[in-house]
Unconditional design. Structure first.
Length: 218
């Protein structure tokens, strides 16, 4: 039986929870540069090539897959994300049927190439193909941003002030929704109402995970 969310049906304007972890659950982000590099590739593919703000010191040494599509920014909206030591979560909307396939292939190939060169390793970095779950129910659309943004709570042994620790986590889009940051390649418009509603409710990560069921990482 195939892993859940491996067999994917892509639809125009569909919103998907996309995720994957390192092969054998290994770390895919070893230091701060690795996190910044993954975000750099996200930004590179999500911004127009005419927007030079994607340029940084990172692009001088590492560049995306040379086959990168310059028009993907017209077809992909990244609603929110979270990067964890051994996996990542993206909430993405596509405006065409094949945009996610192109986007994820280029993103993963670019990052894996960077990672393998940096750490002098060969072979697959990720645990098989990325997973993509189509969001169909409004209740799932409400809980997924909470589930994604609160993933870092697992990293803290001391659970006191856990909400503040999650809010200050550097490698997610939570700060953008809190108004602490304004990342140009995060599309907040369609999600802000649900985000505000979820902030006013006392959600629990485990309860949200159970409610979301097959839409989450195993």
């Amino acid at each position: 039986m195939p892993s859940k969310n491996i067999i994917r049906i892509y639809v125009k304007d569909g919103i998907y929870h996309i995720y994957n972890r390192g092969v054998e659950k290994r770390q895919i982000f070893m230091d701060e540069e690795d996190y910044r590099m993954f975000l750099y590739f996200l930004k590179r593919y999500l911004l127009s090539p005419d927007d030079i703000s994607w340029r940084s010191d990172l692009h001088k040494e590492w560049s995306p897959d040379p086959r990168w599509r310059s028009d993907l920014h017209k077809e992909i909206r990244l609603l929110c994300y979270c990067l964890m030591p051994n996996h990542f979560h993206l909430l993405v909307q596509q405006t065409t049927e094949k945009a996610i396939t192109d986007f994820m292939r280029r993103l993963i190939n670019s990052y894996a190439k960077y990672f393998n060169e940096k750490y002098k390793r060969v072979g697959s970095l990720f645990q098989g193909r990325y997973k993509a779950a189509l969001i169909k129910k409004e209740i799932h659309f409400l809980h997924l941003p909470y589930y994604i943004h609160y993933n870092p709570s697992k990293l803290f042994d001391n659970k006191s002030d856990i909400k503040e620790k999650v809010k200050n986590y550097s490698w997610s889009s939570y700060a953008d929704y809190l108004g602490k940051r304004n990342t140009s390649w995060i599309y907040k418009k369609d999600l802000m109402e649900q985000f505000i509603e979820s902030e006013n409710k006392k959600f629990n990560l485990e309860d949200s995970k159970k409610l979301l069921g097959n839409l989450t990482l195993e």
